[in-house]
Design a binder for this molecule. Structure first.
Ligand SMILES: NC(=O)c1ccc[n+]([C@@H]2O[C@H](COP(=O)([O-])OP(=O)(O)OC[C@H]3O[C@@H](n4cnc5c(N)ncnc54)[C@H](O)[C@@H]3O)[C@@H](O)[C@H]2O)c1
Length: 272
C-alpha cells in the first residue's frame, strides 16, 4: 500500500467515535502521527490504545472545542509531540440538538452553533502557531491541509435542523475564507458535507437521548435511500466513506484543491 501521509502530524477532533475515529485510524495507517482530541476521555483512550497496539505513534488530549483555552492546549501538546509543527487539522467533532424552529430553545440553538461553528473556528485559530506560522517561517515546500466537516444540511437545509444547518453552512464560509487567507502559505482548507452516515449521531437508541434519529424518520430515510440512493454492497453511509475523503483532502492527491465543499451523500442530495 502506498502511504499517503508519511512523516505528517495530524490533529483530529471528534476522534473518540464515528467519523473522527475512522479518520484517525486511516491517517495512522497512512503513516501520520496523531494527536487525538475529544471531549470524552474514555473512548479517546480506547482509540489511543488501538493505535499504539498497532505500533502507530499517537497521543491524546481531552478538550471541549467550544473553549478557546482548551483548543490552545491541544496545539501546545501537538507542538511538544511534533516540534516541527502540524501538517493536518481535521475538524470532525460535532453535535446535533434537533427541533423545528417554533420549538427550538435558545439553549439548543447556542449549543449547536458553539460546538460545530465556534468549535471549528476556535481550532483553526488555535492552530496558527503550529500551522500558519510554521508555514510562514519555513516557506511553501511543505504541504498542509485543514479538513472541516459540514453536512448536506448546511448546503441544502434540513427541516428540524435550523441550528445545525446554520452552523454547517457557516463552516463552509470558514472553509472558503481560510482557503483564501492561507493559500499564500500553501495551506489548503476544504469541507466535506456528508449525508446520512451510521454513527452515534444518527443511530437510535443512543447513549444520549438527545441524539439519534427517531424510528419513524429513520424508516423514511431508509425508504428514500432504497429508491434513490447508491445501490452498493455497503448500503447507506459508513464512517469509512467520509474518512476516505478526509484522507484525500489531507494528502497531496488534492494538492491543487482548496476552498471546496464535497458532498458525500450516496446520491441522496436532492431527496434527503
Ligand atoms: N453521522 C452523520 O450522518 C453526519 C452527517 C453529516 C455530518 N456529520 C458530522 O460529522 C462529524 C462527526 O460526527 P459523527 O457522526 O461521527 O458523530 P459521533 O457522535 O459518533 O462523533 C462525534 C464526536 O465529537 C465529539 N464531540 C462532541 N462535542 C465535542 C466538543 N465540544 N469538543 C470535543 N469533542 C466533541 C463527541 O464526543 C464524539 O466522540 C460531526 O461534525 C457531524 O456533525 C455527521
Amino acid at each position: 500500500m502506498t502511504k499517503l501521509l508519511e512523516n505528517k502530524t495530524a490533529v483530529v477532533t471528534g476522534a473518540g467515535r464515528g467519523i473522527g475515529k475512522a479518520t484517525a485510524l486511516l491517517y495512522a495507517e497512512h503513516g501520520a502521527n496523531l494527536v487525538l482530541v475529544d471531549i470524552d476521555e474514555a473512548p479517546l483512550k480506547e482509540v489511543l490504545e488501538e493505535l499504539t497496539a498497532k505500533g502507530y505513534k499517537a497521543v491524546y488530549k481531552t478538550a471541549n472545542i467550544t473553549k478557546e483555552a482548551d483548543c490552545k492546549d491541544v496545539f501546545s501538546k501537538a507542538l511538544e509531540f511534533s516540534p516541527s509543527g502540524v501538517d493536518i487539522l481535521a475538524n470532525i467533532a460535532g453535535i446535533t440538538r434537533d427541533a423545528v424552529i417554533h420549538k427550538m430553545t435558545a439553549d439548543e440553538w447556542n449549543f449547536v452553533i458553539d460546538v460545530n461553528l465556534k468549535g471549528t473556528y476556535n481550532m483553526i485559530q488555535a492552530s496558527v502557531p503550529a500551522m500558519r506560522d510554521k508555514a510562514k517561517d519555513e516557506g511553501v515546500a511543505a504541504t498542509r491541509s485543514i479538513i472541516n466537516i459540514s453536512s448536506t444540511s448546511g448546503v441544502k437545509g434540513n427541516a428540524g435542523q435550523i441550528n445545525y444547518a446554520a452552523a454547517k453552512a457557516g463552516i463552509n464560509g470558514i472553509t472558503r475564507t481560510v482557503a483564501k487567507e492561507w493559500a499564500r502559505f500553501n495551506i489548503r482548507c476544504n469541507s466535506i458535507a456528508p449525508g446520512f452516515i451510521e454513527t452515534r449521531l444518527t443511530t437510535a437508541p443512543s447513549d444520549d437521548p438527545k441524539l439519534g434519529i427517531p424510528e419513524q424518520q429513520m424508516q423514511m430515510i431508509q425508504m428514500l435511500y432504497s429508491q434513490t440512493g447508491l445501490q452498493r454492497k455497503e448500503g447507506m453511509g459508513k464512517p469509512q466513506d467520509i474518512a476516505n475523503i478526509a484522507l484525500f483532502f489531507a494528502s497531496d492527491l488534492s494538492s491543487y484543491v482548496s476552498g471546496q465543499v464535497l458532498i458525500a451523500a450516496g446520491a441522496m442530495i436532492d431527496t434527503y
